[in-house]
Design a protein around this ligand. Sequence first.
Ligand SMILES: [Zn+2]
Length: 494
Amino acid sequence: MPRIAIAMFAHEGNSFCPVATDLAAFHAKVWLEGDAVGEAFRGTASEMGAALDFLDRHPGWQGSFLRCAATTPAGPLTRTCFETVVAEIVAGLAGGSPWDAVYLALHGAMVAEHMPSADLEVMRRVRAAIGPQVPLGASFDFHANLDPGTVALLDMAAGYKTYPHVDQHETACRVLEGLAGIVAGTIRPVGALAKLDAILPSIAMRTAQGPMAELEAMAAAMEGEGLLDATVFGGFSYGDTPSAGACAMVHADGDRERAQACADALRDAMAARRDRFFVTLPGPAQAVSQVLSRGRLPVAITDPGDNPLSGGTADTPGLLAAVLAARPEVPVVFAYFWDRDLVVRAAAAGIGARLETTLGAVRSDGFGAPVSCHATVEAVLEARYRGNGPMGTGVTVDFGTSVLLALAGTSVRVIVTSSCANLIDTGLFDLFGIDVRAPMLLCVKAKNHFRAAFAPLMAEIVDCDAPGPAALRIEGFAFRHAPAHLYPLQGAAR
Ligand SMILES: [Zn+2]
């Protein structure tokens, strides 16, 4: 009976985020092993959901879930955090050896304070633990910043091909079935990777249209001609690592030259489209003015510069300040600020109580001053639910205790949470009884993933560019580790 070890260590590291990622951040989100993985992920649109399905499909296989750790994107992992998780995975591998295959669910853009290319180090240590012969496979996020050395460490790999990422399950299945094929002796995957000499902003990377749709179609056509996998990685713009930048990774059955030629062709096609990824966005005041003058409701304005799924911390005040300055008459819901202390105060004051407070700029005042206001506490609740959108379907979302505040003298209500999580479905609004289909302006700490669930519900979604740890202008950040020749960093301050 073949035995497979399964582990997850997934994090997207924003080198410019003011909040470091420690073990507590993982403990608060995904920190599981053994049977607990099945309880959390069975039936979900996730890598671990796929691993569980794989074992159901292959009753002759025995699977062991080692450490599975994931949390919301934020700043680099502390040394202790990184070393602890890797050590647990390596110890788990040693404890169950020998294995017939090992599967890792990684992100590909993890950064640790002492290790800027953290995923590469995870793969190195796992490879060292299992030796050169045991098939090792890994799946990656579409925004992975992969090092060219990745393919030499792995026997099979694939990345998401959709953004918003609605194919996490399929991607993991592809890797797991590849490993099964290797063990059965039916395939012999060989990988190749080609880096683009550019860091691309992700705002124009949606795979439904535009340059990335064309690149995905090209990769799919290559797969149609017999490749095991062809993935285009947009890369993560805010990861300051030697492996920064977009790339293409291809796995072919036994034909390394073909894999390399296809990876190079995809990279060249990306290079030819490079400038189409660099778009401009309205500032927050301009975006608010645009949507209010057009009057198409319900409408959403996203604040990608503080998107928690890009390492934002739901803390920058720019968009709220712009909304209040515009004095809108239509109902406005702002989702959300991450401010545990304010939640505690509001919950203690109770529903109906009036508070004098500030909103935003708790973690850093480098992106704008906090907004002062008087607010009435409208609701207090535990915001924990199973994801109800097309992305991460069924996966637990946990904003912790959360409150809804009505700002005095305005039409604006603000959700404040005690945990930072991802606004990729209507669950948070549903809990507060807010019908997002009603005529209103939604202001959200979100970017493209938001569209998977909300595009069908909104008359319009407008992205704005406000100051934040994931603001649009990449060259405005002080990169130190990324190669200086990468576009658009040439000549930028270091
Ligand atoms: Zn991603």
